[in-house]
Design a protein around this ligand. Structure first.
Ligand code: UTP
Length: 427
């Protein structure tokens, strides 16, 4: 047998890089390589890795507005047999008990997995690390500690470890993995946890051009919590879950330490309704509260962002006296696996937001613009709701289930979260 030919030339190695530059140039984005000659091999490598995360076809569609979320139809009040108000549920013991039993049966039958989205950049909180590592609880317990205890409790209830997927992003992955290696997730077996990294979406100028946030890095950001489904698909996690026999996915956000990972009542109501996607809501405390609202659109539940709900509509009263648009989105959902898979393949619309995105100028100097200068892109998991053929909307007691950690001070800050944990008896 002859020896393998190991006579590579540098040119062979550079070929694929050349092809990348050509592809970017053909797409009108070749400017991202304009400092290539100044970079040492490490930084060159970083730039090509960064380029690899950019889907040029998608960039073209975003620049032309094609993949962007279309304008939504006007909101209608949230009404229908799929809406379970808290009082009505309290009054209907039979329904409650039957639904809880159905939810518990799913849990004990190994048909449930938990998905926690923890890939956000947490810019408002300003904590130098992933939000999940923030020590918000008693005795410096972190958000991850608090959720791990709840996942451990769900696993005890199930009589077996409940698979737990942690969605991270290129921004939070390394630090989250290091944190878990160092500190673990108390009560949770490593084998039941799967860390899944979401993708990124690039920032674009008004002209649809990519920006360099440094000479060796294209400006991108995590692709939003809606990116979780695509990430489950691309990492083989959908297949992993299907092989485990999982039928329902319980979704919640890492920054809500009061969110129960698995709620048998919610799960059971969803399952009995043959739901594809179900959502928890709570009573909005005041019309100006900065929280998305679950409304109906063409008779189906959908979320309207607080920024899109005009003041007049936010303040509008229902005939009974309360707010007409009362149902604050808690961002806790159950998704059936076939539905999650269908959305993972279909994709979700992308929203764009005007942001100040640091960039490098013509000389390669980094500039932090004082004003928004570019568009960032992300998708939202709640955009899957109108695609679903069914599901329930269940009202919960906000004081027991909702304590969002968003800001460094003031509203939704560590201080308010601690008070909410205390009054919920979790301190
Ligand atoms: P937010 O929209 O509040 O964003 O995320 P954030 O990153 O935590 O904070 P800001 O806006 O930068 O201040 C709500 C939830 O969705 C997750 C977050 O980790 C949080 O649990 N998320 C958000 C992701 O997992 N990926 C994303 O790309 C965005």
């Amino acid at each position: 047998m002859s020896d393998p030919d190991l006579s590579f030339t540098t040119e062979d190695f550079l070929l694929s890089e050349k092809a990348v530059v050509e592809r970017f140039t053909a797409a009108g984005q070749g400017h991202v390589f304009r400092f290539l000659d100044r970079l040492d091999w490490k930084r060159k490598n970083a730039l090509f890795l960064s380029a690899k995360s950019v889907d040029l076809d998608l960039v073209a569609r975003l620049a032309s507005g094609k993949s962007l979320a279309p304008p939504a139809p006007p909101p209608e009040p949230l009404e229908g047999p799929f809406v379970h108000r808290r009082q009505a549920l309290q009054d209907n013991r039979v329904l409650r008990e039957q639904a809880e039993a159905a939810g518990l049966a799913l849990l004990r039958g190994g048909k449930v997995a938990i998905l926690t989205v923890a890939g956000g950049q947490g810019t408002r909180l300003g904590f130098p690390g992933p939000k999940g590592c923030y020590p918000v609880g008693p005795g410096q317990r972190t958000l991850f500690d608090i959720h791990a205890a709840a996942v451990a409790a769900a696993s005890r209830e199930a009589g077996k470890p409940v698979p737990w997927i942690l969605l991270v992003s290129p921004t939070t992955e390394e630090a989250t993995r290091a944190y878990i290696r160092r500190r673990g997730l108390p009560g949770v077996a490593p084998a039941q946890v799967r860390i899944v990294c979401q993708g990124v979406l690039p920032a674009l100028t008004d002209e649809g051009k990519l920006l360099l946030e440094d000479v060796d890095r294209i400006a991108t950001a995590p692709d939003g919590h809606g990116g979780c489904l695509k990430a489950l698909r691309l990492t083989g996690t959908l297949a992993w879950l299907v092989n485990l026999g999982v039928e329902e996915l319980c979704y919640f956000q890492v920054d809500n330490p009061l969110a129960p990972p698995v709620d048998p009542l919610f799960l059971g109501l969803h399952h009995r309704a043959k739901g594809q996607m179900s959502s928890k809501v709570f009573l909005k405390s005041d019309p100006a509260e900065k929280v998305g609202v679950v409304v109906c659109r063409h008779g189906k539940p959908a979320v309207i962002e607080y920024t899109e709900l005009p003041k007049e509509q936010a303040e509008r009263k229902a005939p009974g006296g309360g707010l007409q648009y009362w149902a604050a989105n808690m961002a806790s959902h159950v998704l059936s696996m076939p539905f999650a898979a269908a959305v993972a393949f279909r994709g979700l619309p992308v929203h764009r937001v005007r942001k100040a995105v640091p960039f490098v100028d013509a000389d390669g100097n980094r500039v932090v613009p004082p004003e928004p200068n570019a568009w960032k892109h992300e998708s939202f998991v709640f955009d899957a709701m109108p695609l679903s053929a069914g599901g329930v909307v269940m009202e919960v007691d906000r004081s027991r289930e909702f304590a969002p950690l968003k800001n460094a001070a003031g509203m939704d800050s560590p201080e308010t979260v601690r008070l909410l944990l205390q009054s919920a008896g979790k301190w």
